[in-house]
Design a protein around this ligand. Structure first.
Ligand code: NOJ
Length: 765
């Protein structure tokens, strides 16, 4: 190794001085905060301290067992720490005024909201956003959401949701970033940065809340709120890293999940909320429960409300969402010695610190400037950004004979239950959206073609055939708009429209509330009535393009085999219709890649690319072999693999090269590949890098994503894409839960999806 030069030494000394100055100034800030809070807490009664831990249901949206009981009186008495899901700067200002003018200590309230994928300008659902594989766009979407929400009174969002999910029966896969740990961790960081910016005291940044801590995405059988059970080694390697990434990015709060972990509900799990979160990961924010999370521990069988409230506090919960357990029972528990004053003080301090960090003690109204709300929300610029971002999230699943983009079509039949439905465009958890202002696909196509083409619209069928099911999926202001005509009549109208047209666009799939919270499905295929519509349309012989709306991977085998073009558009947000038209008509070339595997049938679930090999792997190229790990009735293959997505152009991968045949603990390995845009359109490609650790002290996945780059190439252009791998990238948690790398053989794969890659090998020395 070379000796460091004098210059390098000087730089290192200067950097150390700068760092220590910075730390001093930070700790100066911390000291000021501590002194302020010490002083304030010195004046607080026990009731007022417990009040800070209380987050009652009082918003415009009530999703569980909450009710609005005498909130104003409670605020005056100092018995409320924050409120959530109240919409509008005016309302929030009025409520804040009660707290700071009529309560004894004038402590401002926190105002939270489920700002999940945008505020009033709604971006695609998170699962869709993750398919953009574009961290700067994801950060930008969170930035805009934060700008809008903060202008309308909100200073705290219950996002990002970073639960790894590998079971598409679970409706909440729509709210997360899919199945992969690495991609999910990158997105978690980008979201936190977007919301919190670099200075939380600015009035356009808001506090992030990482949820649902932890493992909520592993609910058994994909049934919402169900039990989870998982080995520690799997938790550490696969499920926990995205939460940790969000904490490392500075997320100021964490939401405990509904599920149990190792037999103890997360809300009462001290190992999770204190040992891991605070002690191992160094988290210094506060923990809030999920909605009625404390009360739910009664049904989990952990004791009565008083007992479970004490359990939650001792485990590390700081704020009680809706259960009324902290406010209602902790005083008695303190008197009985079941909890300590110190535990209550610690929780209270964490809530007050968050308020301090947000600058609420300096100006409690800093987030409710009514003029800002008028000029910064749902602006043309924000909507334009949402439109551009949405177009990056669509995944082209099939495009036979290059049906897409649609060129020179004079008459277009637009058919299907999702074609003319503005309310369903934003997708699930779009609390602040004004659904009627969304752009439907019909609106978007009309905007795009103007007078150049004729659009004939027909609904064709309802979203589902069963009116009772329809009622269950038509909630939260997102009606499917049930049509009372018979299926036969509607299909006949659609077929007539198709016959008169050059091409048929079939807008089919799920409605917005067929995924999201409490929207599990045991059958994740397209509803039969919609399939019938597709069959009838295909029978006309006209080219059919399926525009698929969905909040989860679906088992669309028949559609894949029979419909010539499929564009998966998830739920694209308020600007969905314009963005879809941009892609259908070729203004934007699709570049989304799946962040979740599409299975062939529900029997294969959980199906994910980074599985283990087993001792009896199926020989390559076969789909069944006796006494191997497989099924009698279906191959092990996915319908569409993780990382998959087509473009209007084609990309060729050549010359995968490694800078060396080995890597040392301090070295760096360069991995390069030549990428050529070999088709007829300019376009973007997500180049994916995976590794496989061939031999380990514990079994390792057959592939693991370790890097990706989204690159834009002009048609005909070739570029060498380079990645760098170091020993750190090869680390994993071993059976002692130590984060290590182990010397030996590795494979590296680079390609267009997890299933289509070039391959090389190296040794870690
Ligand atoms: C329940 C959901 O699980 C959570 O994600 C959400 O933030 C809260 N309700 C608050 O609305």
């Amino acid at each position: 190794m070379k000796k460091p030069t004098n210059l390098l030494i000087l730089i290192a000394v200067l950097a150390a001085i700068l760092l220590s100055c910075n730390q001093q100034s930070n700790s100066g800030g911390d000291q000021k905060m501590t002194a302020f809070i010490d002083d304030l807490m010195g004046k607080m009664t026990l009731e007022e301290k417990l009040g800070q831990l209380n987050l009652p249901a009082s918003g415009d949206i009530i999703t569980g067992a909450g009710s609005n009981n005498n909130i104003t009186e409670k605020i005056k008495e100092g018995k409320v720490g924050g409120l959530f899901n109240i919409k509008s700067a005016e309302k929030i200002r009025a409520v804040q005024q009660i707290a700071v003018e009529q309560s004894r200590l004038k402590i401002p309230l926190l105002f939270g909201m489920d700002v999940i994928h945008g505020y009033q300008t709604v971006f695609p659902i998170p699962l869709g956003m993750s398919c953009s594989w574009d961290m700067s766009l994801i950060e930008k979407s969170a930035r805009i959401a934060s700008q809008e929400a903060s202008a309308d009174g909100i200073c705290w969002t219950f996002s990002p949701m970073v639960d790894i999910a590998r079971d598409p029966r679970w409706g909440r896969v729509s709210e997360g970033s899919g199945e992969d740990t690495y991609l999910g961790s990158q997105i978690a960081q980008a979201m936190v940065k977007g919301y919190q910016g670099d200075d939380l005291t600015k009035n356009n940044t808001i506090l992030a809340c990482v949820k649902h801590f932890a493992l909520y995405g592993a609910a058994e059988a994909g049934r919402d709120y169900n039990t989870t059970d998982m080995s520690r080694i799997r938790m550490y390697n696969e499920y926990l890293p995205p939460y940790k990434a969000a904490i490392d990015a500075g997320a100021g709060s964490v939401m405990a999940s509904f599920n149990e972990i190792d037999g103890i509900p997360a809300t009462g799990n001290k190992w999770l909320l204190t040992d891991l979160l605070h002690n191992q990961w160094g988290f210094n924010g506060f923990v809030v429960t999920d909605y009625t999370g404390i009360l739910e521990m009664v049904d989990h069988g952990m004791g009565n409300l008083k007992e479970v409230s004490a359990l939650a506090l001792k485990a590390g919960v700081d704020m009680d969402m809706v259960a009324d357990g902290f406010l209602g029972t902790l005083k008695e528990s303190l008197d009985e010695g079941k909890v300590t004053q110190q535990e209550i003080d610690q929780a209270c301090r964490r809530i007050l610190e968050a308020k301090y960090k947000l600058g609420l003690f300096d100006d409690p109204y800093r987030y409710c400037d009514v003029n800002r709300a008028k000029s910064e929300v749902f602006t043309p610029e924000n909507r334009q950004a949402a439109r551009e971002i949405a177009a990056q999230t669509f995944v082209l699943l099939k495009n036979d004979k290059q049906i897409l983009p649609l060129l020179n079509k004079k008459t277009i039949a637009l058919v299907g239950p999702l074609a003319d439905n503005r309310e369903n465009m934003p997708g699930t958890w779009s609390v602040a959206g004004d659904f009627a202002k969304s752009v439907s696909l019909l609106d978007g196509l009309k905007n795009a073609v103007g007078t150049e083409a004729n659009i004939i619209y027909a609904k064709g069928t309802n979203v589902v055939g069963d009116p009772q099911l329809d009622a269950r999926i038509s909630i939260f202001g997102k009606p499917t708009k049930w049509d009372n005509r018979s299926q036969k009549q509607m299909i006949a109208e659609a077929v007539a429209a198709a016959r008169k047209s050059d091409v048929v666009i079939a807008a089919v799939g799920e409605s917005a509330e067929m995924s999201g919270e409490c929207a599990s499905r045991s059958d994740i295929s397209l509803p039969e009535n919609q399939k019938e519509l597709l069959e009838a349309l295909l029978a006309t012989g006209k080219p059919v393009v399926m525009v698929l709306f969905t909040g989860r991977p679906l088992t669309i085998n028949w559609e894949k085999a029979n419909v010539p073009a499929i564009l998966n558009v998830w739920f694209g947000g308020t600007e969905a219709g314009d963005a879809i038209a941009d892609v259908l008509l070729g203004k934007v070339n699709p570049s989304g890649k799946l962040s979740s595997t599409f299975p062939q049938n529900v029997g294969q679930i959980p199906l994910y690319y980074n599985h283990k090999n087993t001792g009896r792997p199926l020989p390559e190229g076969k789909w069944f072999s006796k006494f191997r790990s497989n099924y009698l009735d279906v191959s092990n293959d996915p319908l569409f693999p993780f990382g998959f997505g087509l473009s209007y152009t084609t990309f060729d991968y050549k010359n995968l090269k490694l800078s060396d045949s080995s890597l040392t603990a301090t070295g760096e390995l360069k991995v390069s590949v030549d990428l050529t845009n070999s088709g007829n359109y300019d376009g973007a490609e997500v180049v994916q890098l995976y590794i496989r650790d061939m031999v380990g002290s514990v079994t390792r996945p057959v592939k693991e994503l370790k890097g990706f780059q989204k690159v834009f190439l002009k048609k005909g252009e070739t570029r060498t894409i380079e990645f760098s791998l170091t020993e750190k990238d090869l680390r994993f948690y071993n059976s002692d839960l130590k984060f290590v790398s182990e010397p030996g053989d590795f494979k590296v794969f680079v390609g267009t999806s997890s299933a289509q890659t070039l391959e090389a090998g190296f040794i870690l020395k």
